[in-house]
Write a protein that binds this ligand. Sequence first.
Ligand SMILES: Cc1cc2nc3c(=O)[nH]c(=O)nc-3n(C[C@H](O)[C@H](O)[C@H](O)COP(=O)(O)O)c2cc1C
Length: 168
Amino acid sequence: MERPTPKNDEIEVKAVDIIVSKSDEEGNIEYANPIFYKLSGYNKRELTFAPHSILRHPDMPKVVFKYLWDELKKGNEVHAFVKNMTKDGSFYWVLAYVRPALNPDGSFRNYVSTRKIMSLTARKTIEPLYAKLLEIEKNDGIEASNQVLMETLNEKDFNEFMLELNNA
Ligand SMILES: Cc1cc2nc3c(=O)[nH]c(=O)nc-3n(C[C@H](O)[C@H](O)[C@H](O)COP(=O)(O)O)c2cc1C
């Protein structure tokens, strides 16, 4: 499928919106709820078994997704702010909570992501931070942006940093 051209139109995520999707081990979408379809602009046929990167916005620094996958592979959950791109190139921001779900026997079942509205306070910190990380990545690579991200967390755990920011 052709990638949309990003445009500066924001789609509103409402306080009541809980955007859910489930994926296989590679991040391919196995399930999405109605609000996921509505916000993204894609239909069920387009999204089923599509990689989650179908929503990837070019403003997102790689290091955030690297952190996400490194933690998921270790069996950990991640809270992270994500700017997503819709089918027509518009964008929406969310706070995503992604975790591995297990079968009763302890084997991998799927990855589950639950996304909700991002606070304005968080947006004011995260937008410039992600822009800075993206710029560093372009010039000096992902190791350099990872270092700046870790310094920004200021001894805090990544999840704690994101959650506190959203509740500030
Ligand atoms: C359950 C789950 C949900 C995800 N949700 C999103 C999402 O909403 N937006 C997004 O850009 N990436 C999401 N990802 C991460 C993508 O798999 C991918 O790593 C990311 O889009 C970066 O794409 P790239 O590695 O091709 O650059 C999700 C991954 C998982 C496992």
